[in-house]
Write a new protein. Structure first.
Lengths: 205, 205
């Protein structure tokens, strides 16, 4: 059971992070259901499951888990499609999943939040561009980010890179753009993306 | 084998992230050795193990893994001291370890990097304060952040909070300060902290 916002503004539709969970479930053929939680009024039930008051969180039997990263790693335990079972492949998928969060998203989210809110001369633009450049340098020799195959790390990394790409921070990074294009062309992403668009469109009716 | 910088400027000494790994190894009684990698000249060997050019990374047999989060989770597999083995406790320790990285550090690192570089009116100060407040709200009813016991999530969360605390962003958050004080009073942290100070002091000789 994946809990997601019932509504978000137009801008982020198609980019809300729960798409990562839906992509993983679609890709691995895991049964899942989606339930809405209020975006505008984050009540005690929400805080009890997600103390920071964000989305998504998921429930799996008596386990409740929040944040897209831990949720993805939890789902990855259920399916070898998402995470190799050999220790080396597993370590690679783990490190690149978290690198998406803590190396790239740590600098890209403050960058785009500030950019979209109209801030000029965003202080960490150089910092982000430098990290994207380092990441770009490893991509020409690999089709997937970890373990020489599709893993949960591609779901995370591709998804983290979509915002810098659509906001034109990756123009000089051809291999990086090709990597994102390749991953978002996969059927499970398309399905998850269409579902997210439809979910929020329905909220407007 | 933990690879760490051979030198860093005075300011961050005692705060460099590899302290998280050392704390985990000390706490769990895992054998480890530390080797230096050049801070000023990050060569091809470094990039081969850590493509983003940061520290720390670790080697464990034929597994090489980078970033403090994945390294901690890798070490946590080796010892129940660091991570409970029941699925619910494991999910909690996992989510709070990554929440340290992606909920708190994502806003706190850009905040303190900018603050220390002299930027005025840091745009994400409110964002960080709001998240620290949410975290603070869960602390009065728990001694440890996850699973009603010490876990790897306390190593991560305490460590992530040390910078906002020392830079006076937590003055109104008494339970949060008490949580950090309690965790850094633990012998394994003290040992890891003393080791880090000594390691960098030796580099000056």
């Amino acid at each position: 059971m994946i809990w997601i916002y019932d509504w978000v503004p137009d801008g982020p539709r198609g980019y809300v992070r729960y798409i990562r969970l839906r992509w993983a479930c679609e890709k691995a053929g895991l049964d899942y259901d989606v339930k809405p939680v209020s975006f505008k009024d984050r009540g005690p039930d929400h805080i009890a499951n997600q103390p920071i008051g964000q989305g998504p969180f998921l429930q799996d039997g008596d386990i409740s888990i929040f944040e897209s990263g831990p949720c993805l790693l939890h789902l990855a335990r259920k399916s070898e499609t998402l995470m190799p079972r050999d220790p080396k492949g597993e370590a690679e998928a783990l490190e690149w999943t978290i690198a998406g969060l803590n190396t790239i998203e740590m600098v890209s989210v403050p960058w785009w939040v500030m950019g979209l809110s109209g801030t000029k001369d965003i202080p960490h633009e150089d910092w982000m561009v430098s990290r994207l450049g380092r990441l770009h340098a490893v991509l020409p020799v690999r089709e997937w980010i970890a373990a020489i195959r599709f893993t949960v790390a591609d779901i995370m990394m591709s998804n983290v890179l979509r915002m810098p790409k659509v906001l034109n921070a990756t123009q000089k990074l051809r291999a990086l753009r090709a990597y994102v294009d390749g991953t978002v062309a996969l059927p499970a992403f398309k399905q998850a993306h269409a579902n997210q668009k439809a979910h929020f469109a329905k909220a407007d009716e």
